[in-house]
Design a protein around this ligand. Structure first.
Ligand code: SAM
Length: 329
């Protein structure tokens, strides 16, 4: 297999694939303008096209794929699609990121189709706050989805919690306590500036503050570096069944270890989450490009990865070409 690397010698082996820009929730920080005009059926890649692009990516050096959205579980046929993907020779890891709304129903089938793990986005454990953040009354459904993911063995179940001041920062301790009883990895994430407005600053909670709050529940011990994956630094509370993680894209950016490319639902490769630059791969694919040419486009995208993003906690009034919902996080 080929090796994919960028101009800074970072190994690129992880592809996040967004399969739709539609979502069944409406979180304001993810889709700040209530969702832009949605992509049409003709614009988005078909499952067969995504599989072809994934095969090329794997031949080019990608070994880990994460399916994302919008909400990936709202796209029809997602289970069969995962089965197609998991059959790709050389693909070592197939995971999925979801808001959990359809997980109770789909977790057993996804597991059967070769999905190894799921990340579930959940910002609150309070029904009223859930409705405020997402626009829907579906907390119990999401919690049932998390239980089901655990039951069918999608281990470790990871819960991603974006912390926002005045919204859910007072729930950090409750989320941390969840790891005492459940074998979940709860990862607290700094809010990223995606709406191009100054609202970010009033909502932003730095990671140090999150750590302080978790320490009110108990002493934190750092897991060995090998246990931590990607940008997450994992810790655990005494006697806990699960772990607590922190992801701090602004306070401590982890660009130095970035190993990823993103494929949008409409067939663009995005070298960096925080840069508008995109490289079209759908056009060449639809024009009949052979696999070697597709691999070449992945190499090109890897070479376009910047050294790091320029954001810090105060320089945030920037827009990155698409909402998070249309990129996939
Ligand atoms: N619908 C799926 C989900 O909920 O996981 C996948 C797509 S969603 C865009 C992926 C992740 O991006 C979610 O965990 C969401 O919380 C996160 N996200 C969206 N906007 C964000 C922001 N401004 N800062 C930090 N994380 C954000």
């Amino acid at each position: 297999m080929n090796r994919l690397a960028d101009t800074f010698s970072r190994k690129i082996d992880y592809l996040r694939i967004s399969i739709t820009d539609h979502c069944n929730l409406n979180c304001s920080y993810c889709s700040p303008f209530g969702g832009r005009v949605k992509l049409t059926h003709a614009e988005i890649l078909s499952y067969e096209e995504i599989c072809r692009l994934t095969q090329a990516a794997v031949q080019g050096g990608i070994s880990k794929v994460r399916i994302t959205g919008g909400e990936p579980l709202v796209r029809k046929g997602v289970v069969e699609f995962c089965r197609m993907l998991s059959g790709i020779e050389g693909l070592k890891s197939l995971t999925l990121t979801t808001n959990g709304v359809r997980l109770r129903e789909l977790a057993p089938q996804l597991q059967g189709a070769g999905v190894q793990r799921v990340n579930i986005s959940l910002d609150t454990l309070r029904p009223e706050s859930f409705r405020k953040i997402t626009g829907y009354d579906l907390l119990s459904q999401v919690l049932a989805g998390i239980e089901m993911a655990e039951e069918v063995g999608l281990h470790p179940v990871k819960i991603n919690t974006v912390v926002m001041r005045g919204v859910n920062e007072d729930e950090i301790e409750d989320f941390a306590r969840l790891t005492l009883e459940k074998p979940y990895d709860v990862r607290f994430i700094e809010l990223m500036p995606f709406n191009g407005s100054s609202e970010h600053q009033s909502l932003f909670v730095p990671v140090e503050e999150m750590v302080k709050r978790v320490k009110r529940v108990g002493d934190l011990s750092l897991e060995p570096a090998a246990e931590s994956s990607g940008p997450t630094r994992l810790c655990s509370l005494p006697g806990a069944k699960g772990k607590v993680g922190f992801i701090a894209p602004l306070s401590y950016h982890f660009c130095g270890s970035c190993n990823r490319l993103r494929l949008t639902a409409d067939g663009k490769l995005r070298p960096c989450l925080f840069s508008e630059e995109e490289i079209d791969i759908k056009g060449p694919l639809r024009a009949g490009a052979p696999t070697e040419e597709l691999i070449h486009i992945y190499r090109l995208a890897a070479m376009r990865k910047p050294h790091g993003h320029q954001l810090n906690c105060t320089h945030v009034e920037q827009y990155f070409g698409r909402d998070m919902q249309a990129i996939g996080g």
